[in-house]
Design a protein around this ligand. Sequence first.
Ligand code: APR
Length: 227
Amino acid sequence: MKPKLVVLTGAGISAESGLRTFRDSDGLWEGHDVYEVASPSGWQQNPSLVQEFYNLRRKDVLAARPNAAHTGLAALEQWYDVRIITQNIDDLHERGGSSRVLHLHGEILKMRSVHDETKLYDIREDIAMGQVAPDGGQFRPHVVWFGEDVSMIQPAVLEIVQADIFVLIGTSLNVYPAAGLVNYLRADVPRYIIDKKIPPVSDSHDWTLIEKPATEGVGELLRLLRP
Ligand code: APR
């Protein structure tokens, strides 16, 4: 049996693929306050703006390509049972070759009715206002907004408690419940962080800190973890 390597990723792993992070530009996400475009109240106030915003994000994702950090994690599958938990809504882990990817905050290439978060539809084009699901509800992007339930948190906790090795990449750990996942790691699990600017983590455990861009950092991780 291969050791289980659990990786929690955030926007920083996709930065070198050209996708913007959330908190690196004055709290604005592509020029918008994140609550304006990523909350139920933002959607209520101006659904067309929110829809258009995610239509643009979908185009960006389709135009982006996985980078060496994504493909490096896939390469680790030769030796490890790699489980990716990502906060990202892009599909760059999948296109980078990773076989087990859990999306905590949804997927931009899926949509759903405003009335039903369980039935998902693939979408690679724009979603139009007035475009409705069979249940009559307006289609919206399948992304988790601030204040909405993170329904994938339970399966993510199950992965975390079984981890033999843990790696955190490119997340500021600002957003819960994702940021709380590290608290479920077993005490003796070796843990690594790769980030351009290491986020604050509890110092009651030893972390191996790799303060580098994700592509370079995953290269180093490969050297450290290759048997
Ligand atoms: N390589 C490695 N790390 C990087 C790079 C890079 N090239 N560029 C930026 N980073 C790091 C930053 O230092 C920061 O720690 O990536 C992190 C990005 O943090 P955030 O922008 O806060 O993104 P993230 O933690 O993924 O946000 C979590 O917040 O808005 C919500 O739902 C959204 O999933 C998102 C969640």
